[in-house]
Design a protein around this ligand. Structure first.
Ligand code: IPE
Ligand code: IPE
Ligand code: MG
Length: 242
């Protein structure tokens, strides 16, 4: 039994946690370091959070790493973030595979270089039959692009306006193989969703923390889950007691 099981005993564990990993730049600035040092520290942090989520029984973890809007950052930072994704795959894939983690990518792969696309595809193919936690990396991801791409797919298939329904759209989003997130966590004190999972998070619980992503610890996951356990999800219905 892992040492983390007891503090969460009896609590409802979300099947899918999605995290907007924000605050790398401010973390670096606080230390007088370049922004890239913050991105590197943030990336280092992912391993421990995946491990913890897996240990407590979370089945899907999505991490928002690069948005369709992040292309507007200075090109050196964009290049640095591309490099970091490649390095992350090179360094972590074997270890994640050994832990039975299944890797997925959410977003537009065709916006990435051919080399990076090959790396991402290799990691997905290598881990596709794994039965542990699914780690979905949202990279070049935008919630609006997600919906546009789903609609394009449906139109290409010749689906007509009177046939279309919500389930069909859900089934064509990048997340089609995953349940909707139960809880969306955002670090760094910002309280907005920044084009993240705008369809899928329609009924998610939100949990905000001022902690900057490189400082985010397994204990913060526990806090979020304890808070989540106290909330009543209604999905438009009435409270359970009424
Ligand atoms: C989050 O950290 C990572 C990405 C968006 C790529 P930021 O780079 O947004 O950090 P802040 O918000 O400037 O502190
Ligand atoms: C959201 O963070 C995107 C990621 C964490 C990848 P941003 O830092 O880009 O969001 P805004 O610009 O503050 O809304
Ligand atoms: Mg930010």
């Amino acid at each position: 039994m892992s040492s983390t099981e007891s503090p969460l005993k009896g609590l409802r564990i979300p099947a899918h946690i999605a995290i907007i990993m924000d605050g790398n730049g401010r973390w670096a600035k606080q230390r007088g370091l370049p922004r890239m040092a913050g991105h590197r520290a943030g990336t280092e942090n992912i391993r421990a959070i995946v491990k913890e989520c897996d240990a407590i029984g979370v089945r899907y973890l999505t991490i928002y790493a690069f948005s369709t809007e992040n292309w507007t950052r200075p090109s050196l930072e964009v290049q640095g973030l591309m490099q970091i994704l490649g390095d992350f795959i090179d360094r972590e894939t074997r270890n994640l595979h050994e832990q039975h983690v299944k890797l997925q990518h959410l977003g537009r792969l065709n916006g990435l270089s051919a080399r990076l696309r090959r790396k991402v595809q290799h990691a997905i193919d290598l881990t596709h039959a794994n039965t542990g936690i699914t780690l979905a990396v949202a990279f070049n991801y935008g919630g609006r692009a997600d919906i546009v791409d789903a609609v394009r797919d449906l139109m290409t298939q010749g689906v007509g306006p009177d046939q279309i329904n919500e389930q069909m759209i859900s089934d064509h989003l990048y997340t089609r193989e995953m349940p909707d997130p139960d809880i969306v966590i955002r670090t760094s004190g910002e309280r907005r969703i920044s084009n993240f999972m705008i369809w899928q998070a329609a009924y998610s619980e939100y949990w905000f923390t001022p902690v900057l992503w490189p400082d985010f610890q397994p204990e913060h996951i526990h806090q979020a889950i304890r808070d989540y356990g106290r909330r009543e999800r209604r999905f438009g219905g009435l409270p359970e007691q009424s």
